[in-house]
Design a protein around this ligand. Structure first.
Ligand code: SP5
Ligand code: ZN
Length: 343
């Protein structure tokens, strides 16, 4: 299994975030990717490749052009307004009853317009890193198209919280969704996105909610008590043609392997029924018992079990990295998931 990664993905390097109403040290930091890369190299799963260059087209198939322009121009606009902070947060949003049809000119208005939380810092190099992260996923998709049975896109920053026109949850471009759409556009018939990150993949769900060609399944902490709070309930089953192709498994805080695995069994039955041509795994390591922002109880060996169960589905599989913040054990947990798949 080849791994794709670019050091440009390290350029987005926030030091702080706003979480639970406080300014705290950032969790989504470059060392996450570095430690995973180190373990991947040691495990010798296969070559580590740089991502190929892509035009903006495959990104624009998933994200709206005005949103992509905002991400691209953000730092220049920030400086042009004479602002000096290196890490930038939104603080005002067009929630219910406010207007969504006029995009503000001023940068704080734009930041709130295009985001859904205050926990996702932006800086000078956010766009560069996010674009490379998306290209890492796209290159992984291309490896499957050229016949590889599996690939690992070492994406960072992560992607599954990003909607067509919204950033949040440390995510700017939805890497897994961009890869899925690219596969469809290159002639792959049906794609499943199986999201095992601790948090609901709200962005991915929203992007494919009315579609029958991309199935979405997510096992995550119940949004009644966990971020992202406003999406991820069990009764969200898809709309129009997409009705029946969205599956959420919200689980309580404290969930450990037995209950998590039961949800995975049910998810795998739905995947088998859907019979996708390719599976994309949104691979978050944050269900881990020692994750600093999460409250599930999965152990290191449970990640091998996840990988092994996915292998039994027998489909070409692209692993796309999402969350996981117990940096010390992140590389080990990630390689366990991948070796569980490979063995
Ligand atoms: C990709 C991904 O995993 N994004 C997660 C974003 C979560 N951001 C909000 C976290 C709120 C954490 N609250 C618990 C803090 C415990 N001290
Ligand atoms: Zn997460």
């Amino acid at each position: 299994m080849k791994t794709i990664f670019s050091p440009d993905q390290l350029l987005h390097a926030p030091t702080k975030e706003i979480s639970d109403g406080k300014l705290v040290p950032a969790n989504e930091i470059p060392s996450r990717a570095e430690i995973v890369l180190e373990h991947i190299k040691k495990a010798q799963f296969g070559e580590v490749l740089a991502p190929n260059d892509f035009s903006l087209d495959p990104i624009l198939k998933v994200h709206d052009a005005d949103y992509v322009t905002f991400l691209l121009d953000f730092w220049q606009l920030w400086l042009a307004e004479g602002r000096t902070e290196e890490e930038v947060f939104p603080f005002v949003w067009p929630v219910h009853g406010l207007r969504h049809d006029i995009v503000p000119d001023q940068i704080d208005g734009k930041l709130g317009f295009y985001s859904f939380d205050a926990g996702t810092p932006m800086g000078a190099h956010t766009w560069t890193a996010a674009r490379k992260s998306a290209e890492t996923a796209l290159t992984g998709a291309d490896l499957l198209l050229s016949g590889d049975h599996s690939a690992f896109a070492l994406c960072r920053p992560p992607g599954h919280h990003a909607h067509r026109r919204l950033y949040g949850g440390y995510c700017f471009l939805n890497n897994a969704a961009i890869a899925a759409q690219h596969l469809r556009d290159q002639g792959v018939g049906k794609v499943t996105i199986f999201d095992v990150d601790y948090h609901h993949g709200n962005g991915t769900q929203a992007i494919f909610y009315d579609r029958a060609d991309v199935q979405f399944l997510s096992i995550h902490a119940d949004p009644k008590v966990e971020f992202p709070y406003y999406l991820g309930h069990a009764n969200e089953r898809g709309l129009k043609e997409g009705a029946g192709y969205n599956h959420n498994y919200p689980l309580p805080h404290g969930t450990s392997w037995v209950e998590w695995a039961e949800a995975m069994e049910d998810a795998c039955r739905s995947i088998e029924k859907f019979a996708p041509d390719v599976i994309i795994v949104s691979l978050g390591m944050d269900p881990y018992e020692k994750d600093p922002i999460s409250k599930f109880k999965l152990k290191t060996d449970d990640f091998s079990r996840i990988g092994a169960r996915i292998a039994r589905l027998g489909k070409p599989t692209l692993f796309v990295m999402e969350g996981g913040y117990a940096v010390g054990d992140l590389g080990l947990n990630c390689t366990k998931a991948l070796s569980g798949y490979l063995d």
